[in-house]
Design a protein around this ligand. Sequence first.
Ligand SMILES: N[C@@H](CCC(=O)N[C@@H](CS)C(=O)NCC(=O)O)C(=O)O
Length: 307
Amino acid sequence: MPRIDNTLSPLVPKLEGFHLFHFDGAPCAQRVRFAIAEKGLRRGREVKFDADDLKSCESEEGAWTSRIVSLIKKDHMSDFYARIQPNLVVPALVHDGVLYTESMDIVAYIDETFGGEPLVPKHNEPLMAEVQQLTELGKSLHRSIRFVTFRWGLGRLGMLNKKEEEQLKALVKQGNDQEQLVDFYVGYDRKAISDDVYQTHLDALAAGFTLLEKRLGEGRSFVAGNTLTMADVIWAMKVLRLDECGYPFSKCYPAVYEWFQRIEKRPAFQTGVMAKNRGFNRAFRFKSRVENMFGIGLEKAVMGGLA
Ligand SMILES: N[C@@H](CCC(=O)N[C@@H](CS)C(=O)NCC(=O)O)C(=O)O
């Protein structure tokens, strides 16, 4: 379990109920929000991520408290947040004063805590083995999503200024840079992402989607079997992000596309993932549609190569 017992943050022990430190557009946080919504807990009050007054530390009945850590304003690289999540990433969950990190571990924790239809089907060993394998593959492609998103669309927006870069380096010295943020941002800030690196990540993702396409093409309703599992949770957020960037799913991976459309229709996806993500989603889609129309977008990179 992802339980962190030795948190440096004085805020964590004060929090009652569920408090999620997250960002609406971040796939790793979307995974957790999707799982929580599948379990029937709704999004409750929005409080500042560092609010520590008595009222902000409580949670409403049947709801989780939302603490947005803006990846745009670089809240995740603040001293305050570094004490909660030393890897400087979202999400982090606090449940009754106990801190949990790592999105997929949090999904498993939520599944265990709430019961109901299992996202982690421990009782079914063969299915569980498939779920684990697909989930691990999904995790291993996490950096590919970051590279492709940044190279595709964030341009200068994704860069850190000098002060932010120094702050990141200083914070990482205290932690372990498990997510390789320094490497990523320093490389990105200096020369963006080369064609070779971009192509390597596109190829890795294509191999993953080819596998998913085969599995779904064999008649499964979901990626592991015939029920929604945490493997669907992690893969759906990859498809959502890449779909926003204009990835040609309907042309290249029709079964994946059809599966994702079914996932998107789930009430928990709409409330948990999309409710406050629509502005961001529409802006990304608009940009990618125009680019694809002019043949300069991700569709061309995927289907026609980078040359
Ligand atoms: N292994 C972590 C990865 C978390 C992660 O990388 N989160 C991204 C958002 S999806 C983040 O906070 N990135 C910060 C950045 O790129 O500056 C998990 O699954 O929770």
